[in-house]
Design a protein around this ligand. Structure first.
Ligand code: ADP
Length: 266
């Protein structure tokens, strides 16, 4: 009996150990793959503008042309590329810095009604220039959440600027704020190009662009939604999207209301 049961027991222990080990390794492997892909994507995104800066400055150094306008244009090109690289690096630093929930001591009571009014003020000129009809529906009262005002401002601007970016001239973008049980909801709806159903599950991933050519033209790196989702999740909130190609998209940001926002103890 011993001769049979000992090897069987040992094999069961070995197989269970291997299986449990594999299970435990899964999340680590997933994080590692994720990190590796992120690093590869970030390096790839930085490599092409860097090559453009190198080739433009090399050409400028070797060129015998004394045309000041040509020189100015080359400097302008280098400046523009460097600025866009700087924005990419800032975004990457942001994604690395803000992981998890924000510490309570860094949060303050934020009135979303006035925050959205400020965003609208900043956007009116741009939407007018693009002939986009910007409609806003804000409540008369304040809607309070606990948060970091600058980060929330950035989250709304990211969603609103995408709505304008992916809506053709003469289109319509609607910005709305309302409450739903214990949530404040910021809703941005556009009647632009929309997002294919197959891409929807991935659009919050870092560096994901639906149409690489289209985004290149509009200057995006595919980081805006990843940053926005990170900001909202760090506030204990959630972001949702509904979209149909050729009809438009609706993004909803859910943020937990404070007791003041819920009308308790005011
Ligand atoms: P990008 O900087 O490329 O706009 P984002 O992370 O902000 O990156 O968005 C990811 C992708 O989601 C975009 O490349 C675009 O294809 C798609 N997208 C985001 N918002 C909209 C929208 N309102 N309408 C259509 N497509 C959108």
């Amino acid at each position: 009996i011993l001769a049979i049961s000992v090897p069987i027991t040992l094999s069961v222990i070995a197989v269970t150990g291997w299986w449990l080990g594999g299970m435990a390794m899964q999340p680590i492997r997933h994080s590692y793959d994720h990190l590796q892909r992120f690093t590869a994507d970030a390096s790839h995104e930085l490599r092409s503008p860097l090559s453009a800066i190198i080739s433009n400055s090399q050409y400028g150094l070797l060129s015998k042309s004394s045309d000041p306008e040509a020189q100015r244009q080359r400097f302008q090109k280098i400046f523009d590329i460097a600025k866009s690289m700087s924005s990419l690096v800032n975004n990457l630093l942001f994604l690395a810095r803000y992981q998890g929930r924000l510490p309570t001591e860094s949060l303050q009571e934020v009135d979303l009604t006035s925050l959205l009014k400020q965003v609208i003020d900043e956007y009116v000129t741009q939407t007018e220039a693009q002939h986009i009809n910007l409609i806003f529906k804000l409540p008369a009262n304040s809607v309070n959440v606990l948060g970091d005002k600058l980060l929330l401002h950035q989250a709304v601007v990211n969603i609103l600027s995408n709505a304008c970016k992916y809506t053709p001239n003469s289109g319509q973008v609607q910005l709305q704020l309302y409450t739903q049980s214990r949530w404040a909801v910021i809703q941005v709806t556009d009647n632009g190009i929309g997002i294919p159903e197959t891409d929807l599950p991935y659009i919050f991933e870092r560096f994901y662009r639906v149409d690489k050519k289209r985004s290149r033209k509009t200057g995006g790196f595919g980081l805006g939604l990843a940053i926005t989702q990170q900001i909202i999740q760090s506030h204990g909130g959630e972001i949702r999207v509904k979209s149909a190609v050729g009809q438009g998209s609706t993004f909803q940001i859910f943020l937990p209301l404070t007791s003041k926002g819920l009308g308790i103890g005011c």
